[in-house]
Ligand binder design. Structure first.
Ligand code: PLP
Length: 445
């Protein structure tokens, strides 16, 4: 089918056979055809139009197809920017049949006249508890879940709860780390400290050397953000032991643990046996879409109660109808299917990254074991800032690794989000980046 599209035999005017019919013609199971259509849609060749069938999305002579490298891209008028900013997941679920069915059911429910439950609707809390048990191996009951409007909202709630204990609450973060979290925590009134970390994240031995004890430590153990390593189990246990001894709260940002490409996920800190208090901060921003502004906390113990009290004081910012729709989507298996689809797309794009840049001696690829971004470390003679400017001039937006560093000297590199672009766009963008790298290296002599 790819060949037929590239040669122009199949064009946007052709609608494709229904998966059931094609499967019967080819003598394969329907699942094979569905997966092939999905993959081609992920690569940008096809477009699914729900009940309107599947159609070819590009024309052989169209702008998306010419991938012959930098000369061509440099010469062409750049009207469209391929955005590789991290944090943008693959095609939203909004066109997906399960999603639409979940919403239809939600709006058909008897109209509620009151406010939604402040901690989240019981059906969503219970659906999420089931989802976390299946996807993350967490033994959670619905009472342990608080629905949030995403990670930023969760962090504000946590600071509000900590303010009853300490003023200002001191929160320790990894450096490099998630810049939005630094900004939100400070804006909410926390005093943010940072600790330099390597690819696998924070090491408990570093904490022993700290001056004043932080009230909370925010970590990304399943996929250090943005460097991409994972905290070894030994370090996880040591961190919990330190937290218990120092009565500090652990905030586990579990933002993209659904997407492991190579190695199995390690157990969440929140699931390990310990008397330390751990709050798991989850989000639908990566597994579904940041457009939803929805996430959750898994809470226990005295801190859990304080967080619930704070939510009661502040009220919920999460619309009830969306919670109903999400609960229907999870209960109907739509979320699990969407994640499985997205995981296949990301694995494919990761392979594309390795194919285009993996063999170059002048870059080092990192953070590829999971998630939907990668880190490209650069040689000192290729400043990331200049590479990013040049790439943008040629129509590719990338973010420098430096923007994630808080207090230490930043590393020279880029962070590439590969969730949102199609395979065709990503291939084109990587060719452009490779071309800029070649040119910058030859300019340096
Ligand atoms: C480390 C990290 N945590 C959490 C999130 C999600 O934030 P939110 O749920 O506020 O969209 C992101 C999004 O980019 C992230 O990079």
């Amino acid at each position: 089918m790819r060949e037929a599209i590239l040669s122009g035999t199949l064009g946007p005017e052709h609608s494709l056979p229904a998966s059931r019919r094609l499967a019967a013609e080819l003598g394969v199971s329907r699942g094979v055809v569905v997966r092939a259509y999905e993959q081609l849609a992920g690569e940008g060749y096809l477009e699914s139009r729900g009940s309107g069938g599947t159609r070819v999305a590009v024309r052989a002579d169209g702008p998306g197809i010419a991938l012959e490298g930098i000369q061509e891209a440099a010469g062409a008028e750049q009207t469209v920017t391929i955005d590789l900013t991290p944090g943008r997941p693959a095609g939203t679920p909004f066109g997906d049949r399960d999603w639409r069915a979940a919403w239809r059911k939600a709006v058909a429910e008897p109209v509620e006249v009151g406010l939604p439950d402040v901690l989240g609707t019981p059906v969503l809390r219970s659906a999420l508890a089931g989802h976390l048990a299946a996807s993350r191996g967490l033994t959670v009951s619905a009472e342990d879940v608080i629905i949030t409007a995403g990670t930023s909202d969760a962090l504000q709630l946590i600071v509000a709860a900590l303010r009853g204990q300490a003023e200002p609450p001191r929160v320790l973060m990894e450096d490099p780390g998630y810049p939005t979290a630094r900004r939100v925590l400070s804006a909410a009134g926390a005093a943010v400290q940072t600790l330099p970390v390597a690819d696998d994240g924070l090491e408990a031995a570093q904490l022993a050397a700290l001056g004043p004890r932080p009230d909370a430590v925010l970590v990304t153990p399943s996929h250090q953000y943005p460097l991409g390593g994972r905290m070894p189990v030994k370090e996880r246990l040591a961190l919990l032991a330190w937290a218990e001894a120092n009565r500090a709260l652990i905030l586990e940002d579990d933002y993209d643990s659904e997407f492991r490409h190579r190695r199995m996920p390690l157990p969440a800190l929140a699931s390990l046996p310990s008397a330390a208090e751990v709050v798991l901060v989850g989000t639908f921003s990566k597994s579904l879409s940041p457009w939803l502004r929805c996430g959750y906390l898994v809470v226990r113990g005295a801190t859990g109660q304080r967080l619930k009290d704070a939510r009661h004081d502040l009220g919920t910012p999460v619309p009830g109808v969306m919670q109903s729709a999400l609960a229907n989507y999870i209960a109907g298996g739509g979320l699990a299917r969407h994640i499985a689809r997205a995981r296949r797309e990301y694995a494919h794009r990761r392979a594309l990254l390795l194919d285009r840049l993996g063999k170059r001696a002048d870059v080092e690829l990192a953070a590829l074991d999971g998630g939907l971004h990668a880190v490209i470390r650069l040689q000192p003679n290729v400043p990331a800032e200049r590479l990013a400017e040049e790439a943008l001039r040629l129509g590719v937006r990338v973010v420098t690794l430096a923007s994630y560093f808080a207090e230490r000297t930043p590393e020279n590199g880029l962070v590439i989000g590969y969730g949102a672009p199609t395979d065709l766009q990503l291939a084109r963008a990587l060719d452009i980046i490779a071309g800029v790298l070649d040119r910058m290296a030859s300019d340096c002599g």
